[in-house]
Design a protein around this ligand. Structure first.
Ligand SMILES: Cc1ncc(COP(=O)(O)O)c(C=O)c1O
Ligand SMILES: Nc1c(O)cccc1C(=O)C[C@H](N)C(=O)O
Length: 412
């Protein structure tokens, strides 16, 4: 049941099985952070973990750390820590490079596995997915088609039976719509299409079953709900059945079968390691590891229950001041964010700025969406209640109309 009063929220916090995890994060005084879907908060253990990596592993142990501190294997050992969060086996996930680069690798690999040459994508996807697809199809001599995956176009396009690869975001970055991974993957496979899921906005936000749903490939970033830090390395999942035939385009020595033979010819490693390219940012890997170690203490079912209760609460209070939502009311179609449409032309950006001045940090996504992310590991129900109160007050008072809230900054 959705809490309606601050007292009910406090009671939910007192009974929250995730409550203790909030202590694992550095959260600035006076801030309610509703942007963890863009950049997650800092785990308390991260600075010491990174300092240890730099001072001891690098400073004292120097090159020996490639073996002694497990640097060489970090893409795999960190991949194994991501695997339970995405419902994959530990040997199907590697960490490395960025989400855009991994997307490129998966797209070209999938095109090479298929005898077709169309990549079907979504018109409203996060732009990097569209740009990377453009680059990949250009190189592979393929074509890109775009649809609205939440309408009838998806089934119609797949039924043409010329689609090699379907690339979709599991949760839409703007609206927060959660797609039916099981149903869409099954439908695509029935039509001979491989599927790549972009999990950037769903990993750590909702439970995910990649292996159970026979997903072919997936990528995701770690700096949002996984709290790995700005620009942290991403992950790549490839179903085991594709490993032997996967021919990824950024073949580099970290993906070689015997890298220390230093042979002139490329021979891919047998498993998911073949998706690696070159050396990885090991300082950033240390921060990622600290973020993943917090996740090892969380139960995703509890995260999901709390996330839905929080978004229900926020949606209900936004509706009470007439704010329309493009985030679905149905739980099974909702990620862990709320996207509200501005009440009048040009109001969204200044409303978000007015909230930020009050210590409630969300963001604005052009052209008209006010976006609020909910991260059950470090948010309390009372925070959500207080943030919603601030939103109601900002809208009702009209304080957002002040000129200072309309000065745009580069990163929004
Ligand atoms: C759906 C989606 N894909 C990819 C990315 C990011 O890619 P990268 O980490 O390579 O910048 C983002 C966010 O930045 C995103 O929302
Ligand atoms: N990755 C980002 C970056 O390097 C700079 C600024 C913002 C981002 C983001 O992650 C944006 C995010 N994907 C979004 O959904 O808006």
């Amino acid at each position: 049941m959705t809490p309606t009063t601050r007292e009910e929220c406090a009671a939910l916090d007192a009974a929250d099985p995730l409550a203790a995890l909030r202590e694992e994060f550095v959260l600035p005084e006076g801030v309610i952070y509703l942007d963890g879907n863009s950049l997650g908060a800092l785990p308390r253990s991260t600075p010491a973990r990174v300092a240890d990596m730099i001072e001891r592993e690098w400073g004292q142990d120097l090159i020996r750390s490639w073996n002694d501190a497990g640097w060489w294997d970090k893409p795999r050992t960190l991949g194994a820590k991501v695997a339970p969060l995405v419902g994959a086996d530990t040997d199907e996930v590697v960490v490395g490079d960025g989400a855009s680069a991994n997307l490129f690798k998966c797209l070209v690999t999938a095109l090479r596995l298929s005898d077709r040459s169309v990549v079907l994508g979504e018109a409203g996807n996060f732009p990097t997915d569209l740009y990377v697809t453009e680059g990949a199809v250009g190189l592979a001599g393929a074509q890109q088609r775009r649809i609205d995956p939440d309408g009838p176009g998806l089934a119609q396009e797949l039924a043409r039976e010329d689609v090699a690869v379907l690339l979709l975001s599991h949760v839409d970055y703007r609206s927060g719509v959660l797609r039916d991974m099981a149903g869409i993957t099954r439908l695509a496979h029935e039509h001979g299409t491989l599927v790549i899921w972009d999990l950037c906005h769903s990993v750590g936000a909702v439970p995910i079953e990649l292996s159970g749903n026979d997903v072919d490939f997936a990528v995701g970033c770690t700096y949002k709900y996984l709290n790995a830090g700005p620009g942290a390395p991403a992950f790549l999942y490839a179903a085991r059945r594709h490993h032997a035939a996967a021919d990824q385009p950024l073949s580099g020595w970290h993906g070689h079968a015997r890298p220390f033979d230093f042979t002139p010819d490329y021979e891919p490693a047998p498993g998911v390691s073949r998706f690696l390219s070159g050396s990885q940012p090991l300082v950033a890997d240390a921060a990622l590891e600290a973020g993943l170690d917090v996740w090892a203490k969380a139960d995703l079912a509890h995260v999901r229950t709390k996330s839905l209760a929080m978004t229900d609460l926020f949606l209900a209070r936004a509706a009470s001041v007439g704010l329309a939502s493009i985030t679905p009311a149905e739980h099974e179609r909702r990620g862990s964010q709320v996207a509200l449409v501005q009440p009048e032309e040009g109001a969204g950006y200044p409303i978000v700025q007015a909230l930020i001045e009050r210590g409630v940090i969300g963001d604005f996504r052009a052209p008209d969406v006010m976006r609020f992310g909910f991260t059950p590991l470090y948010l309390r129900y009372v925070d959500v209640y207080d943030a919603a109160t601030a939103l109601v007050e900002v809208v009702e008072s009209g304080e957002w109309r002040a000129e200072r809230f309309n000065r745009r900054s580069q990163v929004t």
